[in-house]
Design a protein around this ligand. Structure first.
Ligand code: LFR
Length: 510
């Protein structure tokens, strides 16, 4: 093989609604990505607890690696794994999984947030970890699990991508970008915060040693090679195993005057910084400082994202009304703009179920007209997301002192032209849409750099994306004052909601 021949890398990318295995072929000037296997990720409620069906996902990974080998005509040069964050599996003394990992949308952390706030005030927790308050952060899950037989029997805790990596290689490790979503890492030292763990009674020895994106994470076990039909040896490389970390590597930006929105189930809207912002203003605005690839910080806020629409579609389907997304989006585009908007940062939308009704209730509560049909509900969701994108990017610039000239929308939402157009209009900035598979591309690029198929820093990797990926540009249009007025409606609604809730544990909301 000539040194410049593209080499195949397999990216396992597990999302909240589906998993996929992609093969990326990489060389200087070349970056092609092909999906070789996609499988559903269907959570299962057992009793009152919502679980991930982790073995079904692992089967999908094995089938995907087999498909990758067939597609590439031989074993991939390496495998990398990324997934959603915060969730974990527990292993017993024999290394066997104890129970199915619990889904972050499960309600078990209900009282743990107040318990943690009572032990370690939110201000102190933020000053050390810089993580936004989300009720499902690993810290809250672990405090909720304290006293359970499962946690008592646990000898190891592996985050979801690290668990898959362990099953593939037999080796344990805790990849740093995902570890930073536990709320147990200090983003200044990029290491565990022992004071936070000790104060909350969390045993840090449960975690395997930290590894960084680009580190070697082992080799596929002989039984995995047999199962997948791959000839060995096949190395597994640690990538930005938090899908959002990989997605941000996959942002096709020039320079540093850009914002990104990684869209999918969530919208993760923010900036890439060199150092964390740990101020009290930042905490109040509920901004997070997650760790990124190559020493970067992902300064962003979680926004409910297309989950709102996915849940509406699911609710309508269960009532026998199935819609084609394209048709719904076309009708939404023709619906009256900004008729009613909801706060797409409100944690009240985290749990599954009854989404159209919950959106209607939120409109009613804030004195706005309720959506009259599915197209108006869809428009309300997209207007609300665009407004939340605007709010997050304005806050991120104000709080960090970094200003931007363009917004990159990557991930599944980059295919949603209406969402991209509304975001450009709301932000008053050009939006560059694509690539939709940014997480898999970021995953592949970090592996390819470790293997020597490409070289350079993030800006070099991004240059390759700019040269090879199809991107669409949306210039901002329309009257920005309409968005300001809609924002005022949200702010009023939020204040009155806060007062009626009594601002229970003084946790911020984005
Ligand atoms: C996106 C994501 C977000 C994280 C959420 C829960 O897939 O990883 O970054 O906040 O899922 O893990």
């Amino acid at each position: 093989m000539a040194p410049t021949d593209p080499r195949p890398f397999a990216a396992v990318d597990l999302g909240a609604s589906s998993g996929r295995v992609m093969v990326g072929r990489v060389a200087a000037g070349t970056l092609d990505l092909t999906e070789v296997h996609r499988f559903p990720n269907t959570p299962v409620r057992v009793g009152s607890t919502l679980h991930w069906d982790i073995l079904a996902l692992y089967r999908g990974v094995l089938e995907g690696l087999q498909a990758a080998g067939r597609f590439a005509g031989g074993p991939p040069a390496s495998v990398g794994i990324d997934s959603w964050a915060v969730d974990y599996g527990l292993l017993d003394a024999d290394g066997a999984l104890i129970g199915n990992p619990v889904h972050y949308r499960d309600g078990r952390t209900g009282s743990a947030t107040a318990k943690v706030a009572g032990t370690l005030p939110p201000t102190a927790l933020y000053a050390v970890t810089g993580l936004q308050h989300l009720p499902f952060n690993t810290v809250y899950q672990l405090v909720a699990a304290q006293g359970t037989p499962a946690l008592a029997a646990a000898r190891r805790l592996l985050m979801i991508p690290d668990l898959v990596s362990y099953w593939l290689t037999g080796e344990v490790g805790t990849e740093l970008t995902n570890a930073s979503t536990t709320q147990l890492i200090d983003p200044r030292t990029r290491d565990w915060s022992r004071p936070v763990a000790d104060t909350l009674g969390i045993d840090l020895s449960l975690f395997a040693p930290l590894r960084r994106p680009g580190d070697r994470a082992g080799q596929l076990l002989p039984e995995v090679l047999t199962e997948t039909g791959l000839g060995g040896p096949v190395p597994v490389t640690a990538v930005g195993s938090h899908d959002t970390a990989s997605a941000v590597v996959g942002v096709p930006a020039h320079g540093d005057r850009f914002a990104y929105i990684a869209t999918g189930t969530w919208s993760l809207a923010g900036l890439e910084l060199d150092a964390p912002v740990l101020t009290e203003d930042s905490r109040r605005a509920n901004f997070t400082n997650e760790l990124g690839v190559d020493g970067t910080v992902r300064y962003l806020r979680n926004i409910m994202g297309l989950w709102l629409l996915q849940e509406c579609l699911r609710a309508w389907e269960s009532q026998g009304r199935t819609y084609e997304l394209d048709e719904l989006l076309r009708r939404a585009a023709e619906s009256a703009p900004l008729r009613s908007v909801v706060d797409a940062g409100d944690p009240e939308f985290i749990a599954p179920g009854r989404m159209p009704e919950r959106i209607t209730e939120a409109c009613r509560r804030t004195g706005q007209p309720v959506p009259r049909d599915e197209a108006e509900t869809t428009r309300c969701v997209l207007d609300s997301l665009a407004l939340a994108h605007r709010r997050a990017l304005m806050d991120a610039q104000r709080l960090s002192g970094r200003t931007v000239d363009a917004v990159h929308i990557v991930g599944g939402g980059a295919r949603n032209e209406l969402l991209c157009r509304l975001t450009a209009d709301a932000c008053g900035l050009p939006v560059v849409a694509g690539p939709a598979e940014a997480a898999a591309l970021g995953n592949v690029l970090v592996q390819a750099r470790t293997a020597g198929a490409v070289a350079g820093d993030l800006s070099d990797l991004r240059r390759l994306l700019c040269e090879t990926q199809d991107l669409r540009r949306h210039e901002p249009m329309g009257d920005r004052r309409a968005w300001e007025r809609a924002e005022a409606r949200i702010a009023d609604g939020r204040d009155s909601h806060r007062h009626s809730e009594g601002d229970k544990d003084e946790q911020p909301r984005g």
